[in-house]
Design a protein. Structure first.
Length: 278
């Protein structure tokens, strides 16, 4: 374990241990050999291996202890470049998190030539769905998993009054020509959120909505004021009706389907190459 941490983050270690457990279950319940891997650059893997990407907990842009959007981007690119890997398996259980860098991660997900299947359990919400919506197929584990929360928000606690009661006084001074420095956030703290919403939250939300609508055809056809596009969250049956997800499957069923998608991709690529060589 310590040796693994010499070259990997703590979150990658957690993901690797989770993958080992999943491999045991898959081998017990499925007779056909299937290889899931988190060694995305290993070209000694069996043909048609599946890249396992775990998106659990709070989404962060760059983190050692938590899921990292930048690390997922790097892993996707490595798996795309590895001829032994034929598809991606996104395993999600996340309430969302940091919005920054999701636009770049989405560019990478959109550019993946190899098929992607998204499988989520418990919840796939907000930033979690921002990532998960790029699966050509999306499945929940149960009928009671939460998905959606397509929206953008900011929240924090203001401790200034509490600190003042403790005798901790805030001292602040701005240069004469720095009157707008941090003004948007100062206004927000004082209950005046108009500019923060207009200049920061609304543009980010527009990116989010555009992304999910481009990836999920049913969502693209819905009116702008429909609840699913305003932050509402749904259990699996409603999510299927709305087009957020494609149904529910067991973990093994989802992995087997991912393997099938990978084989079909490989066969189609071989056929395309053969045609070009005629």
């Amino acid at each position: 374990m310590l040796a693994y941490l010499n070259t990997h983050s703590w979150y990658q270690l957690e993901s690797h241990l989770a993958l080992l457990d999943i491999q045991k279950i898959t081998n017990q319940e499925n007779t056909a050999p299937i290889t899931l891997t988190d060694e995305f650059s290993d070209e000694q893997l069996p043909d048609n291996s599946i890249a396992y990407h775990r998106v659990f907990g709070t989404v962060m842009s760059d983190s050692y202890y938590y899921f990292s959007s930048k690390q997922l981007q790097s892993d996707l690119l490595a798996a795309e470049a590895n001829p032994q890997i034929s598809c991606h398996f996104l395993h999600i259980n996340s309430p969302g998190g940091e919005a920054w860098y999701l636009d770049r991660l989405s560019e990478t997900l959109r550019s993946c030539e190899k098929p992607i299947l998204t499988f989520y359990e418990q919840m796939c919400c907000s930033a979690g769905y921002y990532i998960g919506c790029h699966g050509q197929r999306i499945y929940a584990l149960t009928q009671n998993d939460y998905v959606g929360c397509i929206g953008t928000m900011c929240s924090f606690y203001d401790f200034e009054e509490y600190f003042a009661k403790l005798g901790i006084k805030k001292v602040e001074a701005k240069a004469t020509k720095s009157d707008l420095k941090n003004k948007v956030f100062d206004d927000l703290r004082q209950g005046k959120d108009e500019q923060f919403v207009k200049d920061i939250l609304d543009p980010m939300n527009a990116q989010f909505l555009s992304e999910v609508r481009s990836q999920r055809s049913k969502l693209a056809d819905l009116p702008d004021d429909t609840p699913v596009l305003r932050g509402e969250t749904f259990y699996t049956p409603q999510a299927v009706e709305l087009g957020l997800t494609d149904g529910s499957k067991t973990m093994v069923e989802a992995i087997v389907e991912t393997a099938t998608m990978g084989r079909e991709y490989t066969e189609a690529k071989k056929l395309k190459t053969a045609v070009y060589n005629i």
